[in-house]
Design a protein around this ligand. Structure first.
Ligand SMILES: Cc1ncc(COP(=O)(O)O)c(C=O)c1O
Length: 517
């Protein structure tokens, strides 16, 4: 977090339980302690606090890998102390990254000759890859405009309003206007026709997503390529396409190899993919791949020689760990095409199983597609009594982390829940989740009617007054002048529901841009 905030204003110490065997005094929470403590105590204190974090494998909010084989864990541990940037000292690690770049470029059908090397780089994730790809487009566009004596002060990029927040970051950090195609109810990806209409002479590229973060749907890159080719022909421009395949890049080639979305389409000049999503590596690796050398302007590549031989670098950061690159190489050779296909088929089947289970409740509208990232995004058919935020909150009590969020403009009135299916999400877990969702629905249904009535009224009231009513009455509430006894859990739920609605409304009002990954 950039702007840190204090989790506790009153308690400025970190207390420990079992660590009291080693230390008797509390540690200051927000100041570095004056003295050292034994290593066992430091371990125990941190370990105890971390127990309160969620359990990664039950975190169904994230695409990011939470399980790898113990053999790969060992390789990761053994390379934790290698700085990737010291390429002269660790030439084998550099060679492994180059092998990964080439394997992925071939997977994306880069037009490479038999012995031609692919153009690409390992990054910390798709966000960094997108910044690099965006910079390459911006620089190419500037160079071309300068050569023609045309102004270069107003570049823009065309995307759907469903883009991940990293595109907004790119636009703001690197001063490029983001022109977003708005969504509509029932259509939650970029419409290629509208996107091409928005393209003008200042458009550095159109970014299509292979696997929208919001509902997993693949955008129609082929149609975009065809329409843009026509527009380029008519105008004389050469607006290119970038594909943000953060999730889909490791899914489509194995499940739908015939789908044309990659370098088979001539206007696709660069592609990013997250190694740490369906590339099946823990957090910290992504890839940016260019179609050819011509698509990556030379002036963006820096050459350093103080670590040994001349080393080209094109990354935003300098130092970084080597483990994730090594882990990616492990997965690529360990699984091969066959292994990745098996994993993706399994994820897809589990997603279909979950989808059916949720449909059978009769309460949900499914907003994800069968072809796409293996996830299930769903909305309540009727959210007048209780909403998706309440379901997400109540699922937490069963240990599940399932996010609820509103869609971006112009579909911001639609709220969805999203369950991402990763390799480690088994059929048994899917069965369990369907059961728990049904229990949550039942619990919500059996809440006294007065609760829903009251929540609706409370929403109209000022926040502070309402909280006092909910908490201060200590377990009793009046309905039509009659006081009914509430159990403790009912009171807790009432407060929770109030706050969920309050926060949800604030969120809806404030900003509809999702920051989910
Ligand atoms: C479509 C898309 N693009 C980019 C990103 C950012 O990826 P990373 O977390 O690898 O930086 C995400 C993250 O979920 C995503 O879904």
């Amino acid at each position: 977090m950039v702007l840190s905030k204090m989790s506790s204003q009153s308690d400025v110490s970190v207390h420990s339980t079992f660590a009291s065997r080693y230390v008797r005094e509390s540690l200051p929470r927000y100041r570095m302690p004056e003295t050292s403590i034994p290593k066992d105590a430091a371990f125990q204190i941190i370990n105890d606090e971390l127990m309160l974090d969620g359990r990664p494998r039950l975190n169904l909010a994230s695409f990011v890998t939470t399980w790898m084989e113990p053999e790969c864990d060992k390789l990761i541990m053994d390379s934790l102390n290698k700085n990737y940037v010291d390429m002269d000292e660790y030439p084998v690690t550099t060679e492994l990254q180059n092998r990964c770049v080439n394997m992925i470029a071939h997977l994306f059908n880069a037009p490479l000759g038999e012995s031609e090397a692919a153009v690409g780089v390992g990054t910390v994730g798709s966000s960094e890859a997108i910044m690099l790809a965006g910079l390459a487009f911006k620089r190419k566009w500037q160079n071309k405009r300068k050569a023609l004596g045309l102004p270069t002060d107003n570049p823009n990029i065309v995307t759907g309003a469903n883009v991940q927040v990293c595109w907004e970051k790119f636009a703001r950090y690197f001063e490029v206007e983001l022109k977003e195609v708005k969504l509509t109810e029932g259509y939650y990806v970029m419409d290629p026709e509208k996107a091409v209409e928005m393209v003008d002479e200042n458009t550095i590229c159109v970014a299509a997503i292979l696997g929208s973060t919001l509902n997993g749907e693949f955008e129609d890159v082929k149609k975009l390529n065809d329409l843009l080719t026509e527009k380029n022909r008519a105008t004389g421009w050469d607006t290119p396409i970038h594909v943000d395949a953060a999730s889909g890049g490791f899914i489509a080639p194995f499940l739908w190899p015939e789908l044309e979305w990659d370098f088979r389409l001539p206007l696709v000049k660069s592609i990013n993919v997250s190694g740490h999503k369906y590339g099946l590596v823990y957090a910290g690796v992504g890839w940016a791949i260019w179609r050819s050398k011509d698509d990556l302007p030379d002036e963006l590549i820096f050459h350093i020689n103080y670590l040994g031989a001349d080393q080209p670098t094109f990354t935003l950061n300098f130092s970084k760990g080597s483990s994730q690159i090594i882990a990616q190489y492990y997965q690529l050779i360990r699984l091969g095409h066959e292994g990745y296909r098996n994993v993706m088929e399994n994820c897809h089947e589990n997603a279909m199983f979950l989808r059916e289970g949720l449909e059978k409740t009769g309460r949900f509208e499914i907003v994800s597609k069968e072809i796409g990232v293996p996830l299930v995004a769903f909305s309540l058919k009727d959210n007048s009594q209780h909403d998706e935020f309440q379901i997400a909150e109540m699922l937490r009590t069963y240990g599940w982390i399932v996010p609820a969020y509103t869609m971006p403009a112009d579909a911001q009135h639609i709220t969805v829940l999203r369950v991402v299916i990763r390799e480690d999400f088994s059929r048994t877990l899917a069965e369990r989740l369907v059961l728990d969702v049904s229990k949550v629905l039942h619990e919500l249904d059996t809440l006294p009617v007065r609760l829903h009535g009251k929540v609706a009224v409370v929403e109209e009231e000022a926040a502070a007054a309402a909280v006092v009513v909910a908490a201060g009455e200590g377990g009793s509430g009046a309905v039509n002048g009659t006081f009914l006894k509430k159990t403790e859990i009912e009171t807790q739920r009432e407060i929770m529901i109030y706050w969920k609605n309050f926060v949800a409304n604030k969120k809806k009002l404030k900003n509809n841009k999702n920051t989910i990954c």
